[in-house]
Ligand binder design. Structure first.
Ligand code: FAD
Ligand code: SF4
Length: 330
């Protein structure tokens, strides 16, 4: 590990100022991703600003829904009665991730910002445009079994590996951010992560010094609570990242689907919300046949790489299974 300065921030203003002032400064939350990356020499921060003492841990009802503190741990969030009752999809997605010990340390802000698990990104002997812009992409013609089938570019074929964010996309969350100028703003979750384009080193739309303070969930997303399901398919049943995952939510009234959310994880550089699948579903009665049509629509734009064509069929089957469970047809 390289030498770095360690600062413990006393308040949000000091934290954002300390990060904004130095290009290679980073916030330190649970440290479960950042410290690993530092040990691998992938991240090389010159200053760590420890934010764990900031009062950003509350989970509370607001007039517009639920506010979840950026520093609440994944465990606290998944177990919170207001989350379990109104947004069970979020609880399911969080507990599908990592392990109990990791979820006790991992924070919601850090979880959103976890970096890709592309093996070439972790191997500093290999070219990687995300780690070192302009060096090339080792995975494009390499071993790309775990990589993207949607939204990738010639510069980068990595996936966003997290679980929690897939549910947040389905629930129309927004991310509340405090900028280095002290102002707060909300970023719709759909606009939070980026596709790689020709700037794969930029995972998201945050600016330097931006501190995530909370994640907000709207009241309306609670209407999906009765019919939602998070499905994660992986090589082993725990402590593994998804090959494909699906966050599905339905509002069913009078025997017909009035609202639908279908978000695929681990298939793209960001959680992939499929408007195409949702359009197929709305107005229809829930049935396996309709869900198959939605699955075909969701994967219709897929462009698999040399080693991950399996994700297209797996993705379709996962969409069908997740919707069947959400609709309580299995
Ligand atoms: C073995 C292993 C298995 C895992 N499996 C899964 C899995 O199956 N599914 C899954 O979803 N995740 C998985 N994870 C990832 C884990 O969920 C993340 O490491 C964790 O959520 C990151 O949170 P943290 O608080 O530790 O972040 P940190 O490591 O502290 O920070 C991560 C990044 O976020 C930034 N940051 C943190 N908080 C803020 C903030 N409030 N504002 C702005 N920037 C901030 C940091 O500067 C850093 O760049 C796994 C991790 C490990 C080590
Ligand atoms: S896929 Fe992205 S992260 Fe992986 S080697 Fe290519 S540029 Fe790097």
């Amino acid at each position: 590990m390289r030498p770095f300065e360690y600062v413990r921030a006393g308040d949000a203003a000091a934290a954002t100022a300390a990060v904004a002032a130095m290009p290679l400064a980073r916030f330190l939350a649970g440290g479960t991703n950042l410290i690993d990356l530092m040990k691998e020499d992938v991240e090389r921060p010159t200053r760590l600003v420890d934010i764990r003492n900031l009062p950003l841990r509350e989970i509370q009802r607001t007039r517009s829904g639920l506010s979840i503190g950026a520093l609440a741990t994944n465990t606290e969030t998944a177990n919170h009665p207001l989350v379990r009752e109104n947004y069970p999809l979020l609880t399911q997605a969080i507990v599908a991730g990592a392990s109990g010990q990791l979820r006790n340390m991992a924070t919601n802000g850090g979880n959103l910002l976890q970096r890709t698990r592309c093996n070439y990104f972790y191997d500093t002997a290999m070219p990687c445009n995300k780690r070192e812009p302009g060096t090339g992409c080792g995975a494009r013609e390499g071993l790309n079994k775990i990589h993207a089938i949607l939204g990738w570019s010639e510069s980068c074929v990595a996936t966003y590996p997290g679980d929690m964010a897939n549910a947040l996309y389905a629930l129309d969350a927004s991310v509340r951010v405090r900028g280095a100028d002290g102002r707060e703003r909300a970023i719709a979750i759909q606009d939070f992560h980026r596709l790689p384009g020709d700037e794969p080193h930029r995972d998201n739309t945050l600016e330097r010094g931006d501190l995530i303070v909370a994640i907000d969930l709207p009241v309306a997303a609670g209407e999906l609570a009765t019919h939602s399901h998070y499905l994660k398919v992986r090589d082993r049943t725990s402590y593994a990242f998804a090959m494909v995952s699906v966050a599905a939510g339905l509002r069913i009234e009078g025997g017909a689907i009035r609202q639908a959310r279908v978000v695929l994880g681990s298939v793209s550089h960001k959680p992939w919300r499929s408007q195409e699948a949702e359009n197929v579903l709305v107005g229809q009665a829930p049935s396996e046949q309709t869900f198959r049509q939605a699955a075909d629509a969701a994967l219709s734009q897929a462009r698999p790489l040399a080693h991950n064509a399996y994700k297209v069929e797996l993705g379709k089957r996962s969409v069908v299974r997740a919707l069947m469970r959400a609709a309580r047809l299995v």
